[in-house]
Design a protein around this ligand. Structure first.
Ligand SMILES: NC(=O)c1ccc[n+]([C@@H]2O[C@H](COP(=O)([O-])OP(=O)(O)OC[C@H]3O[C@@H](n4cnc5c(N)ncnc54)[C@H](OP(=O)(O)O)[C@@H]3O)[C@@H](O)[C@H]2O)c1
Length: 250
């Protein structure tokens, strides 16, 4: 997959891994990057520093109108990066049900909404790629992380399904499985479940670099940090044992 000259849209590009991906695409010669975020005004300064190359766009995964409007405002996209996601800690059987619904709706249905809106755009531009940022958490249900692991397992399944449907339309679909990464999301998790602080954390830049390396190499499944690579080896060797290990974290 060629990044140079591509036109990319990254959801959640204002911070964390999404911001590092935005920077990485620019460094590798993308023609422009649409930063699809809930508050585009926050990115005006960055857009002014990269005139014509960073275009802030309003997009809320939970607001279908913003997704449709974004697809109309960005008709030249060739690479869609579904990075935005939300989280909420607690145990599924007794936590606030609304929080479980929010995480599943956002990460699963919200991401699907974006894929449905942009697949025809990428196809109309001659094909390209969809990159879904999932998580190693997709390989096992960690009890203390509420609906988050289930949302990522569902996203993995959706990624595999749309990969089949999009291949004949000239669109490759890539799954990215980061381990723990130093972002606000991980700070929140550690704040509620200190056990997660025991794991090594990758930097967003490291994850972005490895993701773009994997994309350029045409890898379908990208494990972008040392912890993720360890998980990949366990997944290939014994998926049941891995699921049990992940479930046993808390
Ligand atoms: N950090 C980790 O350890 C880790 C590990 C594995 C996978 N991941 C995955 O990596 C991706 C990025 O996570 P991160 O760690 O960079 O998290 P983060 O710093 O918390 O950033 C999350 C991003 O998603 C956006 N977002 C949340 N809900 C949204 C919605 N309804 N509509 C549009 N945007 C929304 C946020 O926007 P606002 O600023 O508007 O809230 C923010 O830009 C996620 O898919 C996450 O699941 C993270």
């Amino acid at each position: 997959m060629r990044i140079e000259g591509s036109v990319v849209l990254v959801t959640g590009a204002n911070r964390g891994i999404g911001r590092a991906l935005l920077t990485g695409f620019l460094e590798r010669g993308a023609a422009r990057v649409y930063a699809a975020v809930r508050r585009p005004a926050e990115l005006e300064r960055l857009a002014a520093e990269e005139p014509g190359r960073v275009i802030p766009l309003a997009l809320d995964l939970m607001d279908p109108e913003t997704v449709t409007a974004a697809a109309e405002a960005a008709p030249d996209v060739t690479v869609l990066v579904n990075n935005a996601a939300t989280h909420g800690v607690g145990h599924l059987l007794d936590m606030d049900f609304g929080l479980v619904e929010q995480v599943l709706s956002t990460n699963v249905l919200g991401t699907l909404r974006v894929m449905r809106a942009f697949a025809p755009v990428v196809e109309a531009n001659g094909g390209g790629a969809v990159v879904n940022v999932i998580s190693v958490g997709a390989f096992g249900g960690t009890p203390a992380l509420g609906g988050y692991p289930a949302s990522k397992a569902a996203l993995l399944s959706m990624t595999q399904a749309v990969r089949q449907d999009l291949a004949p339309r000239g669109i490759s679909v890539h799954a990215v499985f980061p381990g723990p990464v130093d972002t606000a999301m991980m700070d929140y998790v550690i704040g509620h479940e200190p056990t997660f602080g025991d794991f090594p954390r990758a930097t967003p830049d490291e994850v972005a670099r490895a993701t773009l390396d994997g994309l350029q190499a045409g890898e379908q499944d990208i494990f972008p940090d040392p912890f993720a690579l360890e998980i990949q080896a366990e997944w290939l060797a014994d998926p049941k044992a891995l699921a049990e290990r992940i479930a046993g974290i808390t």
